[in-house]
Design a protein around this ligand. Sequence first.
Ligand code: HDE
Length: 731
Amino acid sequence: MKTFLITSFVSLFLASQIVAAEAQSIDDVTCILDGSDDSNSADAKDNQLKKFTIIDEGSQETSQFGAKINNSDSLKAGLDGPTLMEDFMMREKIMHFDHERIPERVVHARGVGVHGYFESYGDYSNITAAKFLREKGKKTPMFVRFSTVLGSRGSPDTVRDVRGFALRMYTEEGLFDLVGNDIPPFFVHDAIKFPDLIHAAKPQPDTETPQAGTAHETAYDFFAEFPETLHSVFWALSGRGIPRSFRQVEGFGVHTFRLINEKGESNYCKFMWKPKAGLSNLLWDEAQKIAGKNIDFHRDDLYTAINNGDYPEWEWGVQLIPEADVNKYDFSLLDPTKLIPESIIPFQPLGKMVLNRNPDNYFAETEQITFHPGHVVRGIGFTNDPLLQGRLFSYLDTQINRMSGANYMQLPINRPINSVHNNQRDGYMQSQIHKGKVAYFPNGLQGNTPSMVDKEDGGYIEYPEKINNVTKIRGRSSKFFDFYSQPQLYYNSLTVAEKQQLVDGARFEIGKSKSLDVRKRMIRQINFVDNELARRIAYGVGVDLPKKVTENKNHTSPGLSIEKYPKADNIKTRTVAILTAPGTNTAEARAMFNFLKSKGAYPTYVGLHLGSQDGLDITDTYMTTASVLFDAVYVPGGQKAIGAMTARSSFFPYEEPKMFILDSFRHGKPIAASAEGISLLKYAGIDIPVGKAKEAKGVITDEKEAGVQTAFEKALIQQRFWSRLPVDKPI
Ligand code: HDE
């Protein structure tokens, strides 16, 4: 019986593809249908995916129905004659091509996916029945997709936006999807306002501009009218809206969820995950320039690190709130526009998450994955957060639009690693053959199987929350109406340089609104958060400086500032440009290259032309790259080279080396130079610090290359020298 089922499955689902691959054994295919054999292993998902993976290299061309063919020319009536209708090869090939696209996601269209695993730090059965959290060292396969929210699939990576950070754990008990973001609050608290938010923020319907950002009138019109958005707007306007790398962002489940243990006891929780590489962001000037120089900056960065074996890691855990404390705070736990300050409830790590494999095929994996906050495992449940409740509908519904049918969970990337049995049947692209006449429950003919599983036997645990004595009402509880305390908390927790970034971001975004009325209304709202901030922004966007209406409570919370965030203790994956020209001191250049490489950094020789230059292997030129694409820069000595680099010449018509250094300096990046290389820094107008000021400023110079190594490494750990960034005079 099984053999029949398996054979049919293969012929239907894989027929067209399998021809080019090695024939699969019956046992292999059994695993596809019934993943239970290795659902307990960290490799379980990879092993399952391998069974769907096709290798075309070395094969012969066939049609979709398996005929061997040569389809380089269409079939014609004579060499110059008309193409014949009979040409099944052409019809099939073009038909398939015509249907290659599916609708992009209505939000989060641009994304990059990677495989990895979660490893539990211990047994947490005291708080949850979820099996992936019940054993120290237990590994669970994962897939993660990072995304921007507003841009189309082809938009640049470095736009100012929130980043989606969606996780899928392929647990032995089914999928657990945590579809989160890189910032803890959300813009609106009720799902019913989500379409308004997105319509206001996406390109305007009359012009379809601007792409991938909120710097336009309708967005700020909405924000100004709907001040619960302010908290998230503040995060997006700060450095959090323009991360340096997906590897250096935090993750947040945003909503309050529920954890339930075997005894049925429940705690509220917020999920969050913290990058071991620390946090880092781009400056707005960098972000904009990168969008022109390398539109794929973030996905390249992630791909390269993983490809090099530098696997990004996060600590994954919760803020746990006892059921009894639900009403204890000034804000409601059910309000997703608020965060729970870590000063009130600390982060408790439960495990680590490691991303260690790039996908093989963008479409099959990253595009076809269908995340859904409703994919939960036993021991994890929902709360009455009205945003979460709405999402539980939306993520199912949206997939029908993208996937054109209800069977998308059978796609390889979506299949759980444990076996799936139920009475759901048929529909477009059904790829499984359910044997037998029974597709209902209860049944006698199949012994009442698939049987119903109660929570006592390992079934999903519904938390028996009491809902009594309530009246149907459209509204919200009073705690949801405090729109200003948390943006104030966030603003207060930023450093001087970070506050300036927020001011600059706001001046750019609000300043893009042609309507003075919108700008005025926005400043009015910001003034309810903090008068000084509102005045600084107002000045830049041509609005009268507002009078003070609110006292700043001066409260702060740890963990919100990027500048103060704990740093990694190494320089792995930091990108460093070594600027060269013919005549560079190659010994110095090589010594620095090797030093950085030995520490795990990614050095690159930038030269006049690709290929060998004085024996150095130049992999980027002053044309193909720029300072904004690197974390730091080093200039070795070499009289002839520095002579050329410190003049406007036919080699450097735009004084490219000078501009390189100037940008690095302005952007607060570590800069090192040795011997004659120091002259390039001076030529760029940089005051060369001496003594301890070198390390404080991150400008490291010495007559010898060996003399800059250690201090340069320290500077690279620091990543950015915030004190170099300009700050406004008080207004
Ligand atoms: Fe989403 N969101 N969302 N969202 N969201 C989608 O699902 C939606 C919300 C988030 O990489 C869509 O498959 C509604 C909060 C991420 O595939 C869609 C509401 C958070 C991703 C959708 C929200 C998110 C999505 C688009 C308000 C952070 C990308 C295509 C109730 C916690 C997932 C799709 C991926 C994607 C709807 C609010 C994060 C339309 C209605 C809050 C990371 O279903």
